[in-house]
Design a protein around this ligand. Sequence first.
Ligand SMILES: *[C@@H]1O[C@H](CO)[C@@H](O)[C@H](O)[C@H]1NC(C)=O
Ligand SMILES: *[C@@H]1O[C@H](CO)[C@@H](O)[C@H](O)[C@H]1NC(C)=O
Ligand SMILES: *[C@@H]1O[C@H](CO)[C@@H](O)[C@H](O)[C@H]1NC(C)=O
Ligand SMILES: *[C@@H]1O[C@H](CO)[C@@H](O)[C@H](O)[C@H]1NC(C)=O
Ligand SMILES: *[C@@H]1O[C@H](CO)[C@@H](O)[C@H](O)[C@H]1NC(C)=O
Length: 188
Amino acid sequence: MERATWFFLIYLICCDAASCLTMVAQTNLNITTDRSVLLALKAHITNDPRNIVFTNWLTTTPVCNWVGVTCGARHHRIAKLNVSHFGLTGTIPPELGNLSFLVVLDFKNNSFHGILPQELACLRRLKFIRLGNNKFMGDIPSWFGSLFKLQAFGLCGNQFSGSIPATIFNLSALQIISLCSNQLSGMN
Ligand SMILES: *[C@@H]1O[C@H](CO)[C@@H](O)[C@H](O)[C@H]1NC(C)=O
Ligand SMILES: *[C@@H]1O[C@H](CO)[C@@H](O)[C@H](O)[C@H]1NC(C)=O
Ligand SMILES: *[C@@H]1O[C@H](CO)[C@@H](O)[C@H](O)[C@H]1NC(C)=O
Ligand SMILES: *[C@@H]1O[C@H](CO)[C@@H](O)[C@H](O)[C@H]1NC(C)=O
Ligand SMILES: *[C@@H]1O[C@H](CO)[C@@H](O)[C@H](O)[C@H]1NC(C)=O
């Protein structure tokens, strides 16, 4: 095996898996905790010009009925979070990593800023991530490479810097990757 392969495997086994386990107690998560995650996200939203989240994400209605939320039929947990084009300003809280049944995360075309919390590495079921047209910054995290089911991955139109982590190219299910309009330096 090549040195890079070993490094990748060791990295995945020791660093990533371990940090995910210590960060999030994956047991005891249920639809009630999913709701608390979205309330944490709501608390990190500073501007909601169309009053979508502020008026609709209320504890008086079941979280599966909130705008932008779709729950899975089998596990009755949040499977899809789509707030694209809502016009939101805010940051992503680490709690989002507790949405352990999330398959689709679509935040496209808002004004989310800040870095992507490392806790998102725990979203092992994620297949689609769309974060384009926001103001995210920092490195493209190498933990993206541990989301084995990832099929599409869009980060265009943000302020990511640094290089593209090699781990991303090891995702065998990945079909679409768009990184355009960032401040990335050459690949290495
Ligand atoms: C990715 O994994 C394959 C085998 O599954 C390996 O050949 C390759 O070197 C790995 N690449 C990186 C960057 O870890
Ligand atoms: C969710 O889990 C908590 C404990 O973590 C428990 O108190 C609560 O009753 C559970 N809710 C549902 C709907 O299962
Ligand atoms: C999210 O919703 C928008 C419309 O509101 C739609 O165009 C887009 O395809 C949805 N994203 C996903 C991943 O389904
Ligand atoms: C993004 O959303 C804004 C409104 O918040 C809208 O004016 C703009 O056309 C949208 N851009 C795209 C590419 O959809
Ligand atoms: C959710 O995640 C946060 C931060 O990662 C953690 O502190 C919290 O205990 C988690 N909540 C549950 C219910 O596991």
